[in-house]
Design a protein around this ligand. Structure first.
Ligand SMILES: [Zn+2]
Length: 300
């Protein structure tokens, strides 16, 4: 579940920022204003966020996405609701427990496409949308971080929402330090969910191929029942909404919530034969070159 943790203003002033367009170093370190040494563009730290483009306000998709965006402002409550009522089993609880043991104060961890969720204390949140807990507002395909500067990169359910996932992956790889680690989750069997956009899905080999510039340590299937709950909830909403479009979105949400307890079967099913074929999604843990962090989480 999400935590009400934050990144200190000092940490934001110390970030290894570069120009997102020409990659040159920024002048003005330690102040709340930076200027590109090459193209002379200027960026500002305003309202506890570095603004490197992105949206001025939070943009939402359909009715479900609008509801989610309103709930996301209450980050702790939203995290609990998602863990309990979303169709997807919350495997990240055990992943986070594992990561907390490895993280040290000197490490730089960024969550690209964080939304309003702070995965762990000290993680720098990066997003296209300026949610309250976002520290750096920018596009995933133009990260304003120096090459080889980040110890840990998260990309959790983000690549389906970007227009060019391969460009976004190239950026994750570029900013990672040699030995740094990437946690990349993408959906496979999930319904369309604009937030505010939704462009693609990945199979397990498709995701591993897309991340082939990294050394893959493990790939986790998040489970077939989670996929089934999402699809069945959407399917039931079609006849019961009687052709009324706004009602269909709400019924899909209600059916998925009612069916959500079934997702706990994925503790068993996700590693059983056939479980990967309709898994709701896959998490790849990978490093840039030889690993310096261990890959295995605690047992669920
Ligand atoms: Zn520049």
């Amino acid at each position: 579940m999400a935590e009400a943790a934050s990144t200190s203003p000092r940490a934001l002033l110390d970030l290894p920022l570069t120009c997102p367009t020409c990659r040159a170093l920024l002048h003005g370190g330690g102040t709340n204003q930076r200027r590109c040494s090459n193209c002379d563009r200027q960026w500002d730290l305003v309202g506890s966020k570095w603004w490197f483009g992105g949206e001025d306000v939070v943009v939402t998709g359909d009715a479900t996405d609008s509801l989610k965006s309103r709930l996301k402002v209450h980050d702790k409550l939203y995290g609990v609701l998602i863990d309990i009522f979303s169709p997807v089993f919350p495997h990240f609880i055990s992943e986070r427990r594992h990561l907390r043991k490895q993280m040290t104060p000197s490490m730089l961890a960024i969550d690209v496409g964080s939304g309003n969720t702070r995965l762990m204390e000290g993680v720098v949140n990066v997003d296209l949308m300026p949610y309250p807990n976002v520290d750096v507002v920018t596009s995933a395909d133009g990260l304003p971080f120096a090459d080889d500067s980040v110890d840990l990169v998260f990309s959790i359910a983000v690549l389906e929402h970007v227009t060019d996932p391969h460009a976004a992956i190239a950026e994750l790889v570029r900013v990672l330090k040699p030995g740094g680690q990437a946690y990349v989750f993408v959906p496979f069997i999930q319904g369309f969910h604009a937030a505010p956009y939704d462009f693609q899905r990945f199979t397990k080999p498709g995701l591993e191929l897309a991340l082939s510039d990294l050394t893959i340590q493990r790939t986790e299937s998040f489970g077939p029942t989670s996929g089934l709950v999402w699809v069945l909830g959407e399917w039931l909403s079609i006849p019961f909404s009687l052709g009324i479009a706004p009602l269909q979105r709400w019924l899909a949400l209600i059916f998925m919530t009612l069916l959500s307890p079934l997702k706990f079967l994925d503790v068993l099913f996700r590693r059983m034969p056939g479980g990967e074929n309709i898994s709701t999604g896959f998490l790849v843990v990978a490093t840039k070159g030889p690993a310096t962090l261990t890959a295995q989480p605690e047992a669920v």
